[in-house]
Design a protein around this ligand. Structure first.
Ligand SMILES: NC(=O)c1ccc[n+]([C@@H]2O[C@H](COP(=O)([O-])OP(=O)(O)OC[C@H]3O[C@@H](n4cnc5c(N)ncnc54)[C@H](O)[C@@H]3O)[C@@H](O)[C@H]2O)c1
Length: 275
């Protein structure tokens, strides 16, 4: 269903890799709501080719950019405004990667150049994106910027590894930049803390199947899907949430405020032989 919430709005969507990506679902929803946008991803991710399909479907252009490169970001922000015909109203940062996670290094045995790479891609890139937008004065008043995060920034999930620290940094950047962007330009900056979701990045985390099944049983409303996340993001891009800023917003079916659920307790008691 479309509510025309984003009619006439323009933006940039980072991170659509394939049809499972949160950014992919969000791009489809933004399109349905009447928004227009430029799609972007790292040049290396483009080679897999699937983003062309999304571009065609949504009538969008693609501009490759490595989100750690200021040069790429400057080019992206300039060109996006040219293509879309004006300043931007929304930006989605849907980017995450840890080399330590990828290579199976434990949290207590990190290779620090990998750690640094992950921090640059997953967190500092958010600052770089916003600083580039800010310096080019590329956002319209009351625009909205959203990045995606996970609750491991607040609580320990051992296998989330150094991504937990990256997410804590990302959420802090949202608050700090949100202050300046709010004061100067009335632009909102928020993070959405999403349930475990079966995407390429999600499935890269060790023990993901257990993780998602546990979260499903812990959450009164069940896990939020990528589609749910797209819907929530649309609301944050719309004019209906104008004074929501500098927040970390949970889209997790209630997981973050649940101590234990009856289902999880029952499964635990059964496994322990206390039937
Ligand atoms: N899947 C989950 O369980 C989950 C849960 C909470 C939050 N998130 C967050 O959601 C966001 C999107 O991830 P997803 O789950 O849709 O997975 P995904 O793998 O589909 O998306 C990750 C994207 O990051 C892009 N990327 C990596 N390095 C980049 C770079 N240098 N420059 C530009 N782009 C780069 C990838 O190409 C990819 O498109 C991430 O921030 C992730 O941490 C995911």
């Amino acid at each position: 269903m479309s509510y025309n919430l984003l009619k006439g709005k323009r933006g940039i969507i980072f991170g659509a890799l394939d049809a499972n990506s949160i950014a992919w679902k969000t791009a489809e929803r933004v399109h349905e709501e009447g928004g227009s946008f430029v799609l972007t991803n790292a040049p290396i991710a483009m080679r897999m080719g699937q983003i062309n399909e999304l571009a065609e479907k949504t009538g969008s252009e693609i501009i490759p950019a490595d989100a750690t490169s200021l040069e790429d970001l400057e080019n992206l922000v300039t060109k996006a405004q040219e293509i879309l015909g004006g300043k931007l109203d929304f930006v989605l940062h849907s980017i995450g990667m840890s080399v330590n996670v990828r290579k199976g290094r434990a949290y207590t045995d990190q290779k620090y150049d990998w750690t640094q790479k992950g921090t640059d891609v997953s967190a500092m890139s958010f600052h770089k994106v916003m600083q580039t937008l800010y310096k080019q004065d590329a956002m319209n008043e009351w625009g909205s910027i959203v990045a995606l995060t996970y609750m491991a920034a607040q609580r320990v999930f051992p296998d989330y590894n150094d991504m937990a620290d990256n997410k804590a940094y990302l959420e802090s950047i949202a608050r700090s930049f949100g202050y300046f962007y709010g004061k100067e330009k009335n632009v909102r900056v928020n993070t959405i803390s999403q349930s475990p979701t079966p995407t390429t990045a999600g499935q890269g985390v060790k023990g993901f199947d257990g993780f998602i099944a546990y979260a499903e049983r812990m959450s009164p409303l069940g896990n939020a899907t990528a589609q749910d996340c797209a819907d929530y993001t649309i609301s944050l891009f719309s004019d209906l949430t104008k004074r929501v800023t500098m927040q970390n917003l949970y889209n997790d079916g209630g997981f973050s405020n649940t101590g234990v659920s009856n289902e999880v307790m029952e499964a635990f008691m059964k496994a322990e032989g206390h039937e």
